[in-house]
Design a binder for this molecule. Structure first.
Ligand SMILES: Cc1ncc(COP(=O)(O)O)c(C=O)c1O
Length: 466
């Protein structure tokens, strides 16, 4: 049979309110046309993020009831430590409250001002934590990732030639840590090949640089290696994951993704001296090392989540559900980024709404239309998020792309929810010329997308502007 089933039944449900277009139009107006300012209870299908939004299994919920809440030496910690040892092979395992806590603690332990950290592409919080310490976060994006529609695998790879020549030119001691993010969130959740992982590992080793993975979506990366690399077809997903981790000296994991939990993170390493520094900082800011800022029940749910996430049927279904959305959108002519990722499908809003110039935020126009028509919340990744005003001329500087990300929370939505999303797009595709651009009325000096107040550009102004 061709249909790929959800490999689970639904035991508990979370009802949401079905709202009308009129109601949503009012809500959007009141939220100043910024979906971050819309209350979650006014959203029907929330595709804002895949982080901390997944559904836990019955086994995870029952593990929570048996979580050991002891301050020191919790049984739930030792259980989690055993699972993480088996998965990664790393000697030292520290729980933290989420990914960015691991970033802060790791970078504070190894980085000094003026030093640099290379990566395929740093996630926003990773970059921010490096820059906060006065160091530089450098991206070596693979050239294939620049073409949004090129349907080629491994667009998450690091650009090895660039990295290699850059490393040759660095003064000794100026690169205390090298990284690789799997999957590469900044390039649309694209996976990294095992070949690239191996080459990066030996390059960093040749330069004596400790190699750390940002492994928030390690299971999704392992899935693509298993699916697309003939060398790994016959190996288990656990073998693939273990091999990826085995190439590095440690990792940071935001467990809100492939940990299948709503909160939690991990920081792991092999180096005893580094582990001692991490332990001290952890005690100072997160908590005792056997709970690291989490409740015992959170540790228990995470241990069980890590046992579940490399299940073949789960990852097969995860690919099939992303593919279903990507194929349906592609079939009605919606321009999407290729290949689709497991955690999200990205729409090229600039290509979908070519009559809206980038300064009028085509991505935000699409996000607002999706909410208005379908109660669907997506996120703009474009000029609203990354654009700015030129400090000298005051003119808007637009982002390289205007994308809209449709994130897929794990084990939450069914096929009819996805059909609803596709139907909202189909309505829009029939009358794209009606979509209007947006202008920003108020913005914060940093991270403006989260709080900006906007309004639609009036028809006359839009025409006069062009
Ligand atoms: C690749 C990557 N690294 C780090 C983080 C930060 O994790 P957290 O949100 O748990 O702090 C994220 C979150 O989205 C991420 O995608």
């Amino acid at each position: 049979m061709k249909t790929v089933l959800e490999p689970f039944r639904i035991k508990a449900i979370e009802p949401f309110r079905i709202t009308s277009v009129e109601e949503r139009t009012r809500i959007l107006d009141a939220a100043h046309h910024n979906v971050f300012l819309v209350r979650a209870e006014d959203v029907m299908i929330d595709l804002l993020t895949d982080s901390g939004t997944g559904a836990m299994s019955a086994q995870q919920w029952s593990a929570m009831m048996t979580g050991d809440e002891s301050y020191a030496g919790s049984r739930s910690f030792y259980d989690l430590e055993g699972v993480v040892h088996k998965l990664t092979g790393y000697r030292h395992v520290f729980p933290v409250h989420q990914g960015r806590a691991a970033e802060r603690i790791l970078f504070s332990s190894v980085l000094s001002p003026g030093q640099s950290v290379p990566n395929n592409a740093h996630f926003d919080t990773t970059r921010a934590n490096i820059e906060f310490l006065g160091a530089a976060a450098l991206d070596f994006v693979h050239p294939s990732a620049r073409d949004l529609s090129a349907d080629v695998p491994w667009k998450g790879d690091i650009d090895l030639d660039e990295l290699s020549s850059w490393l040759e030119a660095q003064p000794p001691g100026s690169v205390p840590i090298g990284m690789l993010t799997i999957t590469n969130n900044r390039t649309g959740g694209q996976p990294v090949s095992m070949q690239n992982l191996r080459a990066v590992s030996s390059l960093y080793r040749r330069h004596g640089i400790p190699f750390f993975l940002d492994a928030a979506r390690f299971a999704e990366n392992a899935w693509w290696i298993h699916r697309l690399d003939p060398e790994w077809h016959d190996k288990t997903l656990h073998d693939v994951a273990r091999a990826m981790f085995g190439l590095a000296d440690g990792c940071m994991i935001s467990a809100k993704k492939d940990g299948l939990v709503n909160i939690g993170g991990l920081l792991c390493c092999n180096d005893d001296a580094l582990a001692a520094k991490i332990r001290n900082l952890l005690i100072l800011t997160e908590g005792f090392p056997t709970y690291g800022g989490l409740a015992g029940r959170d540790l228990a749910a995470l241990a069980q989540g890590l046992r579940e996430v490399l299940d073949y049927d789960y990852l097969h279904y995860r690919e099939a559900s992303a593919q279903y959305l990507a194929d349906r959108l592609g079939a009605i002519g919606v321009p999407i980024v290729r290949p689709f990722a497991l955690h999200a499908v990205y729409v090229d809003a600039r290509a979908m709404l070519p009559h809206i110039p980038p300064e009028e935020l085509p991505g935000q126009a699409l996000v607002c239309e999706l909410y208005r028509r379908g109660g669907i919340r997506a996120v703009e990744i474009g000029t609203l998020m990354f654009g700015r005003k030129d400090p000298v001329t005051g003119e808007p500087v637009v982002a390289e792309h205007d994308l809209v990300r449709l994130c897929l929370p794990r084990r939450v939505y069914t096929q009819s929810h996805v059909d609803w999303v596709v139907e909202a797009f189909a309505e829009m595709m029939r009358e794209t010329e009606h979509a209007r651009g947006y202008e920003i009325l108020e913005e914060a000096p940093f991270l403006r997308a989260f709080t900006a107040r906007l309004r639609p550009v009036s028809r006359q102004a839009a025409v006069a502007h062009r």
